[in-house]
Design a protein around this ligand. Structure first.
Ligand code: BDP
Length: 693
């Protein structure tokens, strides 16, 4: 098993009795309606049946009174049931579904064909996880409207921060050749409720807006449409200058506005249901409204007006920083966007990374969440593991996302969690969204690490329902991807659920951040200093001296803390009471400062690095016990990556402790293993690293 089928393995039943009870639902099926999406539903049921049942048979799709499975939209529900089910049917929203078992039959009901597709995947998931179908009932409505993957894929097929091969978009073969992989990609996304994909890098190439590429993007959109997935493109802000030699890209210039209006019209000529633009502006060298002395709102609104007549939206990223190094980079997005609240057009949604810096292993939630009552905000998670071990470390990102989604912004009092902000329940947002930076590439198993498939899966599930239980998500993923064996599930889930805190301990304990190697961000680099931008170095963030370490973000320092609610200012403002997870994020702390654990800061740091290494070893030890339970391909693949993970955890611990020890001047506590090499070894340790390939 090479993992290509992801969680859509549709394994044969283990239990003949259970198989016999499910079989009738797959023999005669009534599917009401006729659309591309309806065809996809039938195809998926056929694929699943082929996998599930020992004796091969083809499901029959016809209006049949004997059908045990009935799939149709609300208005096609028989009149007598309409009346009986009035209340449930009225609860189904645009993309939602209701599965109801009644008198030995199973009904999958939606408002739209898309809802039926999601309902079909919901039904198939129940079968995959061996849930009894008799009496099965579930009502599911997505809690978030825009559930998007953001591909950071370049037109030359390299992937920015991609660790699973090249881009799956083969622009050269498009539009004529539609690879089967696009279809399987769409199936996988539809199965977890993803309804949009931005196919190009946020560091955008204007070329994608030319007719030649729009033709290709159209081919992708046509391939994805039956699966309920809309295509979005990244817009390079100065595209009018690049493509048509306009003298300016000033968003207030009429010629520029007209250019975008024409461009939008052109795009919609190719893709009538084009989703809209995703924009990175005024950040890391990308052009933007700052170049013309304009605000982020003026930039976003110009694009929003261009796509508005066609129903499009603009996802405008808050990851804005350029020109000058601010006193504290993490303050910039809040300082710049907060005053613009209420200034954006209604079809703009501001896309905010989960934390204020940049996808670190652990960051506090972004202070913009809860701070923009009049501007819809959407979440940007990073599924690809740029700062978290890239392709070879096993870390269950859902655990990190759960932490962020559950964080309380206190915006409208206690309980104003990030999750509720995103759902528009704290402030009434007309648009809601969650995006994830994709971890997908041409690797046969899509994601490089076989377990990184779980991150893609969990992302979709949390985008659909940000309150979902991540333990449950993990169980379902394991069952569908590997097997039903309870020991296997328990052990694998045990690894997954502990993997996130383990990784944080061996990489960036106690709120350390941005201490990775320069630019490619793989491996430790607490010594990284100098170069073009201070805020791209490690020393800017950890500020270690002989006395102390950490970034003072309290009122005595950068005061980034003031961007949070008073409750957090209080909880995080005091180094003696702050959660140790964020200690050095907000405070400069003397090395011999005694923490709530009873250890000095130095000892606690060393012990945590050690614990992280032991955790990685534990993960490997757990996995090794599973040999022989699953196919040797995936078992070995994961086992070899765990070897790398353990070695790299040791590398992180040893190099970071040796480096910081120069400042603390203190010995390592007894229980911390002696480093394998001296600091010089690590400083000179260089590998030829080709990021993205
Ligand atoms: C950083 C990445 C960089 C991205 C940037 C972004 O290092 O490659 O372009 O974020 O989000 O994490 O735009």
């Amino acid at each position: 098993n090479d993992g290509y089928k992801l969680w859509l393995q549709y394994y044969p039943f283990e239990n003949a009795e259970h198989e016999a009870s499910c079989l009738p639902y797959f023999l005669k099926i009534s599917v009401v309606g006729n659309s591309q999406t309806i065809s996809v539903i039938k195809e998926e049921i056929e694929i699943a049946a082929e996998g599930f049942f020992a004796k091969k048979h083809k499901p029959e799709f016809q209006q049949n009174p004997d059908a045990r499975l009935w799939i149709g939209t609300i208005e096609s529900v028989p009149a007598n049931l309409q009346a009986a089910w009035k209340s449930e049917l009225s609860q189904i929203t645009e993309e939602g579904y209701w599965i109801k078992s009644q008198a030995g039959r199973l009904y999958i009901i939606g408002k739209t064909d898309k809802g039926l597709l999601y309902g079909t995947f919901g039904f198939l998931k129940a079968v995959q996880t061996r849930t009894p179908l008799d009496g099965f009932e579930i009502l599911e409505n997505p809690k978030i409207q825009l559930r998007l993957l953001n591909h950071w894929d370049n037109l030359n097929r390299t992937v920015e921060r991609g660790y699973a091969g090249f881009s799956i978009w083969n622009w050269h073969r498009l539009p004529k050749h539609i690879d089967q992989q696009y279809i399987d990609y769409a199936r996988a996304n539809a199965s977890i409720g993803i309804n949009g994909v931005s196919v190009t890098n946020v560091n955008a190439n204007a070329l994608v807006l030319t007719p030649e590429y729009l033709e290709k993007a159209k081919a992708l959109a046509d391939a994805f449409r039956p699966y309920g997935i809309k295509v979005y493109l990244t817009a390079r802000f100065n595209a009018p200058m690049i493509l048509d030699n306009l003298p300016t890209a000033d968003p207030l210039h009429p010629a520029v506005q007209q250019w975008w209006k024409n461009k939008a019209k052109e795009i919609y000529g190719y893709i009538p249901d084009f989703g809209g633009f995703l924009v990175k502006a005024d950040s890391e060298g990308q052009p933007g409204p700052h170049n013309y002395g304009r605000t982020q709102a003026e930039g976003a609104n110009m694009l929003a007006e261009a796509v508005k007549p066609f129903g499009g939206i603009v996802m405008w990223r808050a990851f804005v920083y350029n020109e000058k190094t601010p006193t504290d980079r993490i303050r910039q997005a809040y300082d710049e966007f907060k005053p613009l609240d209420g200034k954006f057009r209604e079809n703009v949604i501001v896309q905010v990374k989960n934390g204020p810096l940049d996808f670190q292993p652990r960051e506090p939630f972004h202070p913009l969440f809860g701070a923009m009552p009049k501007t819809p905000l959407m979440m940007e998670f990073q599924i690809t593991k740029e700062y978290l071990g890239q392709d070879t470390h096993w870390v269950n990102l859902a655990s990190m996302w759960r932490e962020i989604l559950d964080a309380d912004t206190y915006a409208e009092g206690k309980g104003s969690t990030v999750s509720k902000v995103l759902q528009g329940k704290v402030h009434p947002y007309s648009l809601t969204g969650i995006a994830g930076v994709a971890n997908i590439g041409t690797d046969r198993n899509w994601t490089g690490h076989p377990t990184a498939q779980a991150d893609w899966y969990a992302f979709g599930k949390l985008a659909w329902n940000p309150d979902a239980d991540v333990d449950r998500i993990a169980t379902d993923w394991i069952k569908m991807t590997f097997m039903q064996d309870q020991d296997f599930i328990n052990t694998t889930k045990g690894i997954m659920m502990k993997s996130y805190p383990i990784l944080v301990e061996y990489m960036t304990p106690l709120g350390l951040h941005h201490i990775m190697a320069r630019s490619h961000h793989w491996g430790p680099g607490p010594w990284v200093t100098g170069g073009g931008r201070e805020d791209w170095t490690a020393t800017y963030y950890h500020r270690a001296t002989k006395d102390s370490i950490g970034f003072d973000r309290t009122a005595g320092g950068s005061n980034a803390l003031a961007q949070y609610a008073p409750e957090w200012e209080k909880a995080w403002g005091n180094p003696s009471t702050i959660s140790l997870d964020y200690l050095l994020w907000f405070h400069r702390v003397p090395w011999d400062f005694e923490l709530s654990t009873g250890n000095t800061l130095w000892n606690e740091m060393a012990l945590r690095y050690q614990r992280g290494v032991e955790g990685a070893r534990w993960m490997e030890g757990q996995w090794i016990q599973l040999e022989g339970k699953i196919d040797p391909e995936r078992y070995q693949h994961i086992a070899s990556f765990l070897r790398i993970q353990v070695e790299e955890a040791v590398w992180w611990r040893d190099s970071c402790l040796l480096y910081f020890q120069q400042f603390s001047g203190k010995p390592l506590p007894q229980s911390v293993e002696k480093p394998l090499h001296d600091l010089n070894y690590y400083l000179n340790f260089k590998r030829n690293f080709v990021p993205g390939i």
